[in-house]
Write a protein that binds this ligand. Sequence first.
Ligand code: PEP
Ligand code: MG
Length: 327
Amino acid sequence: IRERQEQLRHTAATTQDGKSIELLANIEFPADCQAAMAAGAVGVGLFRSEFLFMGRHGALPDEQEQYQAYREAVEAMHGLPVTIRTVDIGADKLLDAATQGRSVHDQSALGLRAIRWSLSSLDMFRTQLRALLRAAAHGPLNILLPMISHAAQVQQARVQLELARQELQKEGLPFGLVQLGAMVEVPAAALMIELLLDDLDFVSIGSNDLTQYTLAVDRANEAVAHLFDATHPAVLRLIAHVIAQCQQRGKHVSVCGEIAGDPQVTDLLLGLGLESFSMHPVQLLAVKERILHANTQTLSHWSRSVLASADPQALISQHALEVQQAA
Ligand code: PEP
Ligand code: MG
């Protein structure tokens, strides 16, 4: 098994019909880049920057601390792209009470979380954007905005990014160019994706929150865990819609929620046309193994029947069984 894994690491993720698939890593801290590289990831698709803000018992990380963390990640990936999400505090990821200090805000799932908090706390947001722009001087860096639900949020973030850039320029501090993308993890964003794309360089689908908000199921609540299903027909239709719209408009689209790392769902996502997956590094080789066996042309036909089904999970499980038997 070790040998097979070692071999897999160095194998390009190409399907049977010759389609090249991008496999990226989700990380929480710069040190996780080692695991990403070891797993053969071709970049970081999601750096959850909020982990720098959590569990601190005090002040938020300042510009220098953030700059060093982002730079460390960029350098550890040796020229491979690193997508860093601006702070996504809220719901299951809470600030320490001491860190909140006097700026206590509503961190509930429908509250002032993620981009909403950033846009209401512009000093904090600008500090992060400055740190990101400075880190971009050291290698390819993309900025990802969490919980976007209004086009105006993307536009406001762009304004802040431009202001941060101008500040750095005036101060003579080196910075790099960045691409700006949005998480699609609120049903509103998925349903009106074409209205957001003009302002975006790329999109990343967060299937975890997309499932939570589409199904009205708290992702951290054990009592409703049995209702949390990223392969629910409504969620799958939103994902399929976003992938199709992005491809039609030539925008890079990735999935970075848990389903991207679930080998049972790999064939379905390939069938829907997905070419970029971002996941926890431990999942990467299992997903790559699926990709090497997949034929996206056959899967495209099959995935349409999954989308039309009232019970997609049954078709997905049956397909997985057939694949296993054929192997
Ligand atoms: C998601 O919501 O799918 C996602 C990738 O973000 P997080 O799990 O950090 O909320
Ligand atoms: Mg999310």
